[in-house]
Design a protein around this ligand. Structure first.
Ligand code: DGY
Length: 329
């Protein structure tokens, strides 16, 4: 009996060992052993040879790549939830299905959001830098004063899975929950979180002490926090972003941070990452992380498992569980 040919699966970055091993067993898997971020030329090459492409957010799967893809490319099984690096319209027009890995990085990203809120409000990283620099001369009543979280107002932009997980944690820190979302969430969720819905983003942000960005980056959310909107924030407000840098006009926000028109920012993502503005690097009132919101072993393995399930389901002729449709965004 002839054995069915295994699909060629090209993985663009290193994945956890256990995931790569399982993928090698199931598919004709081509790995990126030195884990370099692929150039557009390499991505075109990958798309030419693959039946299934497994990219990550560091790969720009644009119309240029997709238009040169080979006839066998039928699935892009993204390792990650955000799909703003994939041209979904061109993929659909070329009959290429796209999947992602939602749900399994919710709690980790929400943890990191709270870590940033705490770090900025309580000056954790600034204090750590001071101690390491050998500049700490001892306790004093007025040294390193931050701001109390208890009783403050948190405005969450994007009340999906991650936004709700942030809200759940934030309630434990005594924050009151406010949110803006494309759609109002179910009343059961609102009452569990005692969350106040603001139809107007402008009105919400002008009244908050803390802002957390948790919406995906889409054409509609690009610079949602524009220069004009950022000016509505109160000068004591803190902005935290664990979503995508493009949602905030980073230059405008940096200018405000420099001038003291905004008290602080906690950023896990940047508009032109991995490039980080030298102006941000100079500021003490910001905490800057290298896009590590979902960086837990458990989360990354679960993401890999989702890639495997989506790929296996698809190559077996079924609709994969995490199919991405343009209408979702
Ligand atoms: C995603 O999955 O889109 C995250 O940004 C990765 O951390």
């Amino acid at each position: 009996m002839s054995q069915k040919k295994k699909p060629v699966v090209v993985v663009t970055r290193r994945l956890p060992d256990v995931i790569e091993t399982r993928m090698m067993e199931l598919f004709d898997t081509r790995l990126n052993v030195d884990d370099h971020a692929m150039s557009q030329v390499e991505l075109v090459e990958a798309a030419k040879t693959a039946d299934v492409l497994v990219p990550t957010l560091t790969d720009r799967i644009d119309a240029g790549v997709l238009s040169q893809a080979g006839p066998n490319l039928r699935l892009i099984a993204n390792f990650g939830t955000g799909v703003d690096h994939i041209d979904l319209k061109t993929a659909r027009q070329r009959g290429v299905t796209v999947t992602n890995t939602p749900g399994v990085l919710t709690e980790d990203t929400a943890d990191m959001t709270l870590a940033l809120i705490l770090s900025v409000a309580r000056r954790v990283v600034e204090g750590e830098r001071l101690v390491r620099a050998g500049k700490w001369t001892g306790w004093s009543p007025t040294h390193m004063l931050g701001h109390r979280l208890w009783g403050k107002r948190l405005g969450i932009i994007g009340m999906g899975r991650i936004g709700q997980a942030v809200a759940r944690r934030a309630r434990g820190f005594g924050l009151s929950i406010h949110y803006h979302n494309r759609r109002r969430v179910h009343e059961d969720v609102e009452s569990e979180l005692e969350a106040t819905y603001w139809e107007s983003l402008d009105q919400m942000i002008s009244r908050m002490d803390l802002i957390s960005v948790n919406c995906p980056h889409t054409p509609a959310t690009f610079h949602l926090l524009s220069a004009r909107r950022l000016k509505l924030l109160q000068p004591h407000a803190i902005v935290v972003n664990t979503s995508r840098g493009e949602v905030i006009d980073e230059n405008a926000m940096t200018r405000m941070l420099e001038k003291g028109d905004l008290a602080g920012a906690g950023l896990d993502v940047f508009e032109h990452e991995p490039a980080v503005s030298p102006k941000l690097l100079k500021l003490d009132n910001v905490v800057l992380l290298p896009h590590m919101g979902s960086a837990t072993i458990e989360g990354r393995v679960a993401m890999g498992e989702k890639v495997i399930i989506n790929t296996k389901t698809f190559v077996d002729g079924h609709t994969p569980p995490d199919r991405v449709l343009e209408t979702m965004f």
